[in-house]
Design a binder for this molecule. Structure first.
Ligand SMILES: [Zn+2]
Length: 167
């Protein structure tokens, strides 16, 4: 990530967390609503797809897979908010007008740069570093309890804890 994008990311995460307020779990649905983004549940033709964001001449809609678990929906939405924050062109559109989030992109090890950035953004948003560090001992170092508190999957929490050097 270039320094400019990194700074942009930090300030956008901060801005979105301000919209959310201090509450944990963070509510990406509330943040999307306040940003004027429509969120719709959908089923996709391919079960490899978890979500997509569409920008129709400035009217932004995020679609998330309706049959996914609540924690997964939250991550998908936060991921798409990451694209919204970081990857719009100067004219406020995506290259193709939309972006698709595939399940294969969910991994922390995806080699697609923008997908990695959107996943990191989602992790920063749903699991703010300071809150995670503070709650880790309070949750008696239980990954399951942490995942439940932050309403994320165990896998997402696991990756987050290791990225923050806590495990
Ligand atoms: Zn994506």
């Amino acid at each position: 990530m270039t320094p400019t994008l990194l700074n942009n990311k930090k300030s956008k995460v901060k801005e979105y967390l301000k919209i959310n307020g201090d509450g944990i779990p963070v509510d990406p649905f509330l943040i999307a609503e306040k940003l004027g983004i429509t969120v719709r549940e959908a089923e996709f033709n391919s079960d490899r797809i978890s979500g997509m964001i569409e920008n129709n001449h400035g009217k932004v809609t995020i679609y998330i897979r309706g049959s996914d678990s609540a924690s997964r929906k939250r991550f998908t939405l936060a991921h798409e908010l990451g694209h919204y924050a970081l990857h719009m062109n100067n004219d406020n559109t995506f290259v193709d007008g939309y972006e698709i989030f595939e399940r294969s992109d969910f991994s922390n090890y995806t080699d697609r740069q923008k997908e990695k950035e959107a996943n990191n953004f989602a992790a920063d948003l749903l699991m703010p570093a300071e809150r995670v560090k503070k709650m880790w001992p309070e949750c008696l170092y239980s990954k399951e309890l942490m995942a439940a508190k932050f309403k994320v999957s165990l896998q997402a929490m696991d990756i987050r804890l290791s990225m923050l050097g806590l495990v």
